[in-house]
Design a protein around this ligand. Structure first.
Ligand code: C5P
Length: 224
């Protein structure tokens, strides 16, 4: 079968990773959650008290970071590893969510992540989700999807996901974080979140997961 690159971009908590994962499974493609890379870099920066105002410190910190995606035999999912440690759980906290967009806006950080993401797509057969995948990472991707959903739907989805792990979390706190990240992500200087001109919009506010998957797989089938 022909191998293509599929990009899924959009605002925070639109369900991009869930769809990307399912679509990759259906097509027997590789799935890459680019947001996990920015979250892992943020975890390293916070743990090592990296001063994000100082370009030299940022560069030397990035030189010490090694990121890998490895299949988790228990969950069947692809987990992110930071310097030999599985940090899949550690990167999903509100603390990371509260700092990641500032870190992801740094030029050196974007350069570091984007070059690795492009290398992962060299052989095609990949579904990657994020904010700038269709605009900057793979501007020539064969299928670009831009996902949207109402802020209410997004807030409830993220809240339901976080509540079992973090019982003290409030709906308001989750909503504020989503709005803040969307604002920073779409107004930053380098590769801000934008819909690529040739991206197809998928508003999933009222769609179930199987419905979204059928739509996206249908778009892919038209190209394959
Ligand atoms: O996808 P997720 O919500 O986990 O991404 C976390 C953060 O990483 C986003 O809010 C954004 O600041 C950053 N990000 C980015 N570019 C990407 C993917 C994520 O700037 N391609």
């Amino acid at each position: 079968m022909k191998k293509i690159i599929i990009t899924i971009d959009g605002y925070s908590s639109c369900g991009k990773s869930t769809l990307a994962k399912q679509l990759a499974k259906r097509l027997d493609y590789i799935f890459i959650d680019s947001g996990a890379m920015y979250r892992a870099i943020t975890l390293y920066f916070l743990d090592n008290k990296v001063d994000i105002q100082d370009p030299t410190t940022i560069e030397s910190a990035l030189a010490k970071i090694q990121l890998e995606f490895k299949n988790n035999n228990h969950t069947g999912q692809s987990d992110i590893w930071l310097n030999g440690e599985n940090v899949e759980k550690a990167i999903r906290t509100m603390k990371i969510s509260n700092h990641v967009s500032e870190v992801a806006a740094l030029e050196a950080v974007r350069h570091y992540a984007v070059s690795q993401q492009q290398a992962m797509g060299e052989k095609k057969g990949i579904v990657m989700d994020g904010r700038d995948i269709g605009t900057t990472v793979f501007p020539k991707a064969e299928l670009k999807i831009f996902m949207t959903a109402s802020i209410e739907v997004r807030t409830h989805r993220r809240y339901d996901e976080l509540k079992p792990k973090f019982p003290d979390i409030s709906l308001e706190e989750v909503k504020e974080n989503l709005l803040k990240r969307d604002l920073i992500d779409s107004t930053r200087k380098i590769s801000p979140l934008r819909q690529a001109k040739d991206a197809i919009t998928l508003d999933n506010s009222k769609l179930s997961m199987p419905q979204q998957l059928d739509i996206a797989a249908g778009w892919a089938a038209e190209i394959l």
